[in-house]
Design a protein around this ligand. Structure first.
Ligand code: AVJ
Length: 331
């Protein structure tokens, strides 16, 4: 039975209003400059997702080598009945980094009587498009999109309908993009958002053969490389920079000691980059560290979750145990 029935009458199209908390400009500049002034230069991976970055990420998700989305979707579909039973009816459903909402639609198709769905994303263009699509497709669903950097403090929109419970959906193993201390703190923050008895449904990528991981972040078509380099293009455009993209090379590898993929942009020569009047010197071979993607085993993840005030109640995985979807309840 499908609860949130698709709307067939397109004349009655409802409009969604975005709560645009304008995450960007000054903060973007500050974070970029702080990162580029460090001994090991770094840039926050959340800034990958401008319009072109979101498009490139969607292309990554269709690549043979990039197993996570396909695997996560298969797990969700295989266990959707059990998942929605655990989440329960009348939920206030929040999603961190909803992207194109492909995985969310699996939930929305089956989760009964959602009080409000709050997709949060840093990319305003995609958020606007996707929210409008969901509002037209699900006739009963109240969609309250928020454009924000979800690691910042922001107010959630009030629900117009009563809800029994707050549930946070955090798919894609985006938790793996946080370093371990920030990941624990972010889980604790989620716990305070959903409150005692609230739930977290989260996608967690698992440790596996490093060759599989290596290929997932070094695809043959070079889409991941373009995604990585797009960050420099974005900085050029938005912060008046003069990065020359052919001075940098995408470099991603699995670091088994830290159980993470590291993505870097390695400078191919000694040169100086300018952002307005700020000069950033590069020597040949030095890198900008643009992303970490931590891989977990379920026991480690459960310990971190427990430390953050959650109890893991259920772990679903695929037959190769490459990816997991986990159901947690906040203490
Ligand atoms: C799905 C956002 C967690 O770390 O695998 C994909 C992003 N980076 N290829 C990941 C990503 C390079 C990704 N997240």
């Amino acid at each position: 039975m499908v609860y949130n029935r698709p709307q067939m009458d397109f004349n009655k199209t409802r409009r969604t209003q975005i709560h645009d908390l304008k995450p960007e400009h000054e903060h973007f500049r500050t974070e970029v400059l702080n990162g580029l002034r460090k001994a090991q230069k770094e840039l926050p991976s959340k800034y990958f997702y401008n319009e072109r970055g979101s498009y490139l990420y969607e292309r990554i998700c269709t690549l043979d080598e990039y197993y996570p989305p396909r695997t996560e979707i298969a797990i969700m579909k295989a266990h959707i009945k059990e998942i929605v039973e655990l989440l329960g009816p009348n939920t206030y459903l929040i999603e961190y980094g909803c992207g194109n909402c492909v995985k969310t639609r699996i939930l929305l198709d089956y989760l009964p009587n959602i009080s409000t769905y709050v997709p949060i994303d840093i990319s305003v263009e995609q958020l606007r498009r996707v929210s409008q699509e969901l509002t037209s497709h699900y006739s009963e669903l109240e969609v309250s999109p928020v454009c924000a950097d979800y690691t910042s403090n922001f107010k959630l929109p009030a629900s117009k309908r009563p809800s029994d419970r707050t549930v946070v959906y955090f798919p894609g193993s985006t938790i793996g993009n946080f370093d371990p201390i920030s990941a624990r703190n972010f889980l604790e923050h989620i716990g305070s958002v959903c409150g005692t008895g609230g739930a977290l449904l989260i996608g967690v990528d698992l440790k596996k053969d490093p060759d599989v991981l290596h290929r997932a972040y070094n695809d043959r078509e070079g889409v991941t490389a373009a995604f990585n380099l797009n960050l420099l293009e974005r900085i050029n455009r938005e912060l008046n920079g003069d990065f020359q993209l052919d001075n940098f090379q995408h470099y991603a590898f699995y670091n088994p000691r830290e159980s993470r993929i590291e993505m870097h942009l390695v400078s191919l020569r000694d040169h100086i980059v300018h952002l307005d009047d700020v000069s950033i010197p590069f020597v040949e071979g030095e890198s900008i560290w643009t992303e970490s993607s931590y891989k977990f085993n379920s026991d480690e993840f459960a310990l971190m979750a427990m430390d953050a005030g959650f109890q893991v109640k259920k772990v679903w995985t695929d037959e190769r145990q490459w990816f997991s979807v986990q159901y947690l309840v906040a203490n």
